[in-house]
Ligand binder design. Structure first.
Ligand code: FES
Ligand code: FE
Length: 327
């Protein structure tokens, strides 16, 4: 098993859906390490390595009482700052050894997702501007674990030339295969990528996404990345519907990643929200099936893959990713 570059530890990763961190502790795995998440006394999420400083028991097997995490082995108890506040075997007044404390890690909830940074964060969580716009509603869904390397997922999320083939069961039109010349630019302060138009099949459940219309529609889209592993796609339909799709991938190990997506839309989703999420899950399942047939990481070095014009966004993402991890 390979190891991940140390530089990745200074970035934010989605490790859970906010609603999945409930009253007990939960274990998440990121970059080949286990972490415990729990909710502190004020309800905010706390994160630490999933190892008790005493005898290395997994703390995620313990319990949470009033926001304090108790180890299942000898009952040492930790507060929301990771401080060990109780060693049950010690008489009262006996000081807690300094090394008994946990290092509490940078963790926060945003867009209905729990983001964890195992080291010192070098930049904020990727900003999605529409999240603050009251004209938009947000749709969340369960996180998934894919048997795919994170690099292959980002390569896929940035790629549109697979639409006519991989997504033939949803929106892909096999006769629309040519990818026009791609110009990359800074899309906003956070995302770097490209704008383009795609002609898609608008039949069946795709009509819920588009709000109706003809059976074939042209979509104005943009797709961009924020290093290391976040991608944002925007879709403008001719009828004024605007959808923003945030795709996140977080490395568990070299061959497994957590996948989460969030949708924002400017139409009324009170009746259609579930169907829209179901449609995007279907699209994601098509990508997942394709990626789970591949093995190992995407070759990241220059010339490691055969690339054509349509692969320009992925080539640029890899170039910047290499700079990031070599820093
Ligand atoms: Fe956690 Fe002993 S191993 S209290
Ligand atoms: Fe896809």
């Amino acid at each position: 098993m390979g190891t991940f570059p140390k530089a990745l530890e200074c970035h934010w990763y989605v490790v859970a859906g906010g609603s999945s961190v409930g009253s007990g502790p939960c274990r998440v795995r990121l970059l080949d390490a286990d972490y415990v998440l729990w909710r502190g006394p004020d309800g905010s999420v706390v994160a630490a390595r999933d190892v008790c400083p005493h005898r290395q028991s997994p703390l995620s097997e313990g319990t949470v009482e009033a926001g304090y995490l108790r180890c299942p082995y000898h009952g040492w108890t930790f507060d929301e700052d990771g401080q060990c506040v109780e060693v049950p075997s010690a008489a009262s007044g006996v000081p807690v050894p300094p090394r008994a404390h946990l290092k509490s890690l940078s963790v926060l909830e945003r867009y209905g997702l729990v983001w964890l940074c195992p080291g010192e964060p070098s930049e904020p969580v990727p900003a999605v501007a529409v999240d603050a716009d009251p004209a938009y509603s947000r749709l969340n869904t369960e996180m998934q674990t894919w048997a795919a390397s994170t690099s292959r997922m980002i390569d896929n999320f940035l790629d549109i030339s697979h639409f006519p083939f991989t997504h033939i069961g949803t929106f892909g039109r096999q006769q629309e295969t040519i990818v026009p010349r791609i110009e990359l630019s800074q899309l906003d302060e956070t995302f770097f990528g490209y704008a383009y138009e795609v002609v898609i099949n608008n039949v069946g459940s795709t009509k819920v996404m588009s709000g109706g219309g003809d059976d074939i529609v042209t979509l104005a889209m943009s797709t961009g990345f924020a290093l290391p592993f976040t991608v944002r796609s925007t879709m403008h339909y001719e009828n004024g519907i605007h959808q923003v799709l945030l795709l996140t991938a977080s490395p568990i190990d070299q061959e497994h990643s957590n996948f989460a997506f969030v949708i924002w839309r400017n139409d009324d989703v009170s009746l259609t929200g579930e169907e829209i999420v179901a449609f995007e899950l279907e699209v994601a399942a098509e990508d997942r099936a394709t990626l789970e047939r591949l093995t190992g990481e995407l070759p990241l070095w220059p010339g490691g893959t055969v690339d054509v014009q349509a692969d320009k966004p992925s080539v640029e993402w890899r170039r910047r990713y290499r700079l990031l991890v070599e820093e």
